[in-house]
Design a protein around this ligand. Structure first.
Ligand SMILES: Cc1ncc(COP(=O)(O)O)c(C=O)c1O
Length: 400
């Protein structure tokens, strides 16, 4: 038995995914496959480091050690060939807070902010809650002769949108559709941004979770690589990248992430906004887990990706063979499966109810992800494979 096949009871661990079922779905009697954390034990290196820290009985205010920054720098260089300077790093208490922070700090009230839906819903709320103008550039969905679904960016429409926008919020890899953007797509996006002086906030929280035969390209690194030969490594440019070990190593509850901001002026502006809201960024446990994960989690991650890939392949094959009314978008990255349920021909409320009441499955409703999400559901497959297959078996029975 593989380590990821093990069932670890999470009920009564104050887990949102499990203990929040009643509040979210009106019942505890569902398999929870919604909020994006995994049902897997974290790397041993993380648990051991946390246990060692817990055994020191004082949990006072904290300050991030230089070794934590170095662990992130080493990871980004080794995993993504991205040389990041120490001073570019601003620690933040999570990527969602970072999205809001960057929108608030770098754009004016009512400024246009582009998002590419269907997209992780806090992108939409960050724009609305900060009283900026949401400019939607929906992804294009294509279906080939074999019924395979594929999403692309609408780059010519992006060019139009960029005329009236100051910021693009970019999700790479993309939640919920699972795209890992190709180098050419990213270069085309950079060309549009350059033409219109657009700042880009690249949320790369899923960067480490890509499947074999796919490669994640860090947008910021690509921009430097393709900058004129005269520009030095610290040439100012307008890409801010959000990174975090939280999805990669399954520690999102600990709440520590980073923004990589090469431009000194943007960095100071963002840092001073962060200071003004007086939020404590680090705590003794979040720091320990962050550093231990980046230093000691690489082998665990390789095993995880092999396991998730086998789950993804089995799940997609099962849906194709046995659930003709539903089409799965095969993700290139992330542990999220985007299910096209439009053939069921029911509205989103009825669709969500169908999954809860008839299938006893707690998924995320596609409608939450904005334009293009209607008729879709998002399924989190970061759970023992037996759970995923049990869920799909229930779905098959409910629809037959
Ligand atoms: C694209 C994306 N950004 C951010 C987050 C959440 O980040 P955090 O928990 O650090 O706020 C998620 C979680 O699913 C996500 O998918």
């Amino acid at each position: 038995m593989q380590r990821f096949d093990k069932t670890i009871p999470r009920e009564t661990s104050a887990s949102l995914k499990y203990d929040g079922r009643l509040e979210t779905f009106g019942t505890n009697d569902i398999l929870p496959m919604w909020v994006a954390d995994m049902d897997f034990a974290v790397p041993d290196a993380v648990t051991e480091a946390l246990q060692a820290r817990a055994s020191h009985p004082i949990y006072g205010y904290s300050i991030a050690p230089e070794s934590l920054y170095q662990a992130l720098i080493d990871w980004l260089l080794l995993k993504h060939q991205w040389p990041v300077k120490r001073e570019w790093i601003v620690l933040t208490p999570g990527v969602v807070p970072s999205l809001n922070l960057v929108v608030a700090a770098l754009t004016a009230e009512n400024a246009g902010v582009i998002v590419q839906p269907p997209v992780y819903f806090p992108f939409l709320s960050a724009v609305k809650d900060q009283h900026r103008r949401l400019i939607e550039n929906p992804l294009i969905l294509e279906e080939d002769d074999l019924g395979n679904l594929h999403y692309q960016m609408d780059l010519s429409q992006l060019d139009n949108c960029a005329r009236e926008a100051s910021l693009l919020m970019f999700c790479s890899p993309h939640n919920p559709v699972g795209r890992v953007w190709l180098k050419d797509e990213l270069l085309a996006l950079l060309a549009v941004a350059k033409k219109h002086n657009l700042i880009i906030l690249a949320d790369e929280i899923h960067a480490d979770l890509v499947y074999a035969d796919t490669q994640h390209h860090t947008l910021s690194r690509l921009a430097f690589k393709n900058a004129p030969a005269t520009s030095s490594i610290d040439a100012p440019h307008a890409i801010i990248t959000a990174v975090s070990p939280s999805k990669t190593f399954n520690i999102p509850g600990l709440g520590l992430s980073a923004l990589i901001i090469p431009d000194a002026t943007y960095r100071q502006t963002i840092q001073s906004h962060l200071t003004k809201i007086a939020v404590s960024v680090t705590n003794p446990f979040s720091m320990i887990a962050f550093e231990a994960a980046y230093r000691g989690g690489a082998d665990w991650l390789s095993e995880l990706m092999a396991y998730l890939q086998a789950t993804r392949d089995e799940a997609v094959a099962f849906i194709r063979a046995h659930i003709p009314k539903i089409n799965a978008v095969c993700p290139e990255g992330t542990y999220l499966l985007w299910l096209d349920c439009r053939k069921l021909n029911i509205d989103d409320k009825a669709l969500a109810l169908f999954f809860v009441q008839e299938v006893q499955l707690g998924l995320s409703s596609g409608a939450m992800f904005g334009c293009g999400g209607k008729g879709f559901m998002r399924m989190n497959i970061g759970t023992p494979r037996a759970n995923v297959m049990k869920a799909l078996d229930r779905l098959k029975s409910a629809l037959s």
